[in-house]
Design a protein. Structure first.
Length: 269
């Protein structure tokens, strides 16, 4: 089932000097639906990410993508164009993120959709690249049901993004304790996450006792999901999204499919 959706930009008060911009989409109408946090790539709150928010809403969820760079200035609210000059700026913004700040922002985003967009308590997370890194972090800190994580960078490597002071992978035990279901998508030829790192991630999840599944797409490269980019891999993108859809039972206005237990991003323990 596909839902008609409505979407808009909001500003959310946080501990930052200025409000945090976020993009919200939800099924049209007055029903209540589970919430999904959407983690943006390195480029921030771009139109690609806003499109994903709308796609998630069309599955029957209240989706929100917060601008996690907002503490660096209001000019970050619409994301950065993907080019070499902006890559340097994006890594500067990335270096200013902190675990406590990101957790505060994610919690504020969830609270907003529960208060203002008729989201239920059920919450999941979905993220791409840096957003996958953020999604993994969210699963270790927030009360989430499930996480769909696409080619997450820097999980086993200290020093970048939220892998400071130690690799974010070292916090996997907290993810397992929260019993978050994890679905991870990797590219075989990823220059950011190589086979050794994929093995480290899988072994950490297994050792912690986390419920998880990994899918590796042969011949695919990092950032394979979004059309219009050179690394785009149609087969990998379509299969991964089909898997996300398959694990998301379309909820009714009460937040679940009639006669079924919630699943996927909206799955509740």
């Amino acid at each position: 089932m596909t839902y008609e959706t409505v979407a808009h930009e909001v500003e959310i008060a946080t501990g930052g000097a200025a409000p945090m911009t976020a993009y919200v989409a939800r099924p049209a109408g007055t029903g209540r639906h589970p919430a999904v946090l959407v983690g943006a790539e390195l480029w921030g709150l771009t139109e690609d990410v806003r499109g994903i928010v709308r796609q998630v809403a069309a599955l029957g969820y209240v989706a929100i993508a917060p601008n996690l760079y907002h503490r660096s200035g209001p000019e970050t609210a619409t994301g950065l164009a993907e080019n070499a000059a902006n890559r340097e700026r994006a890594f500067e913004l990335l270096g200013q993120l902190t675990r406590d700040g990101v957790e505060e922002d994610l919690r504020a985003a969830v609270a907003h959709v529960r208060t203002h967009a008729q989201a239920t308590e059920q919450t999941g997370v979905l993220g791409f690249s840096l957003g996958g890194h953020i999604a993994y972090f969210a699963a270790t800190r927030l009360d989430l049901a499930a996480a769909a994580i696409f080619y997450p960078g820097w999980l086993p490597v200290a020093g970048t993004a939220l892998s400071r002071p130690e690799p974010l992978l070292a916090t996997t035990g907290s993810l397992a304790e929260r019993d978050v279901r994890v679905l991870m998508f990797f590219a075989e030829l990823d220059h950011v996450i190589d086979a050794e790192q994929r093995t480290q991630i899988a072994e950490a999840l297994t050792a912690a006792g986390a419920r998880h599944e990994e899918v590796v797409y042969p011949g695919a490269r990092h950032a394979f999901f979004f059309p219009g980019r050179e690394p785009y891999d149609k087969a990998a993108a379509e299969d991964s999204w089909a898997r996300v859809r398959a694990t998301c039972s379309p909820p009714n206005s009460a937040g679940r499919a009639p006669g079924s237990r919630p699943a996927g991003l909206g799955r509740i323990r």
